[in-house]
Design a protein around this ligand. Structure first.
Ligand code: ZN
Ligand code: ZN
Length: 348
């Protein structure tokens, strides 16, 4: 079969490799759609500490069951399924407490296990035993199902900062994740949703699709002033930083209203993880600062249901489709910001 093998920084090529077979307690999929994201672009450029090349990458996976190993009863040949990306162990203290996203034994598809930029992929037992293989409901396409995993991560973050009725939410970063944050915040009942970015082109591309109450181009407009005016002088009740920017995190602490909740959704570059902020703002304003690390199997199921019910639309966020042979072009489109969501279609 053909698969995109990552061999090191900026070395990602489609090669002919042996087609894998499902062993006991495993499932073999024909991959129909595998979306790309900022993490793939990061891996492509710099590698990742948890990924040892060579490896087939791609972790936003949807496909069709083509064979089922002994011992698996949850799916059958022909089923359309979506696969979790982060795989919790299911047994440690964090998993037992229901906080699977911070499982210290977490593994990932496309990191420790071959991923979805391939014609076929094995779903390992580690995924199946934590209920990480989800049936795609009728009416949801493979492409849409490939966006379930990033939406699940967005859902985890918004649950943690309790986005809900009446919130005024500022999303900083207008990439695909920022778009999903805007859509989900609306679905959860936010009264107003704002979208800001330092890249005016990317902001326009995304704002034209997700239609925030106000899009703010940080390269030409004063975000702090505008957001204050838009929230009757209070500041947003929730700010989500969906960009690898320490400056955005610092600004969020300044702009949040008293009692505000801040989600540091986007991680910072590992060589620049420090920020400098007035800690008294956190103290006096009683701010809540919250991280977000991927998603649990249950977030994936909920995200799939949100898409199936039409509460969160994702089809129009997919602006670019490429075949497996062009996976590198797909990642370049992610990097350049000319696309919102890029999906690789290995079966075409
Ligand atoms: Zn991703
Ligand atoms: Zn665990």
């Amino acid at each position: 079969m053909k698969a995109a093998i990552y061999r090191g920084a900026q070395d990602l090529k489609v090669e002919e490799v042996p087609e894998p077979e499902a062993g006991a307690n495993e499932v073999k999929l024909r991959i129909h759609a595998c979306a790309t994201c900022g993490t793939d672009a990061k891996i492509y450029n710099h590698g990742h500490p948890r990924l040892t090349p060579p490896q087939i990458i791609g972790h936003e996976i949807a496909g069709e069951v083509v064979s089922v190993g002994a011992g698996v009863n949850s799916v059958k040949v022909g089923d359309r399924v979506q696969v979790i990306a982060a795989i919790p162990c299911g047994t440690c203290w964090a998993c037992q407490a229901g906080t699977m996203t911070i499982c210290p034994n977490q593994l990932s598809m496309g990191y420790q296990f071959p991923g979805g930029f391939a014609e076929y992929m094995i779903v390992p037992n580690e995924v199946i035993r934590v209920d990480g293989l989800n049936h795609i409901p009728e009416g949801v396409t493979y492409e849409e199902a490939s966006v379930v995993e990033p939406l699940a991560c967005v859902l985890n973050a918004q649950e943690l900062v309790r986005v809900g009725e009446g919130d005024e939410v500022l999303v900083m970063g207008a990439g695909p994740i920022g778009c999903l944050h805007v859509r989900l915040a609306r679905a959860l009942g936010a009264k107003k949703v704002f979208l800001a970015d330092i890249n005016g082109g990317r902001l326009k591309l995304s704002a034209d699709v997700v239609r925030p109450d106000r899009a703010i181009d940080m390269s030409t407009e004063n975000l702090a002033e505008i957001i204050k005016a838009e929230t009757d002088g209070k500041g947003p009740s929730v700010i989500i930083t969906a960009a690898p920017s320490g400056q955005a995190q610092e600004q969020a602490i300044e702009m949040a209203r008293p009692g505000g909740r801040i989600s540091f959704f986007g991680g910072l570059p590992k060589d620049k993880p420090m920020i400098s902020a007035d800690s008294n703002l956190v103290h006096y304003k009683e701010l809540m600062l919250m991280g977000a690390n991927g998603s649990s199997p249950s977030h994936n199921r909920q995200a799939l249901a949100l898409i199936a019910s039409g509460k969160v639309k994702v089809a129009d966020l997919i602006t670019t489709r490429v075949g497996l042979a062009d996976v590198q072009k797909g990642i370049e489109a992610v990097l350049s910001g000319e696309a919102i969501k890029v999906v690789v279609l290995p079966s075409q």
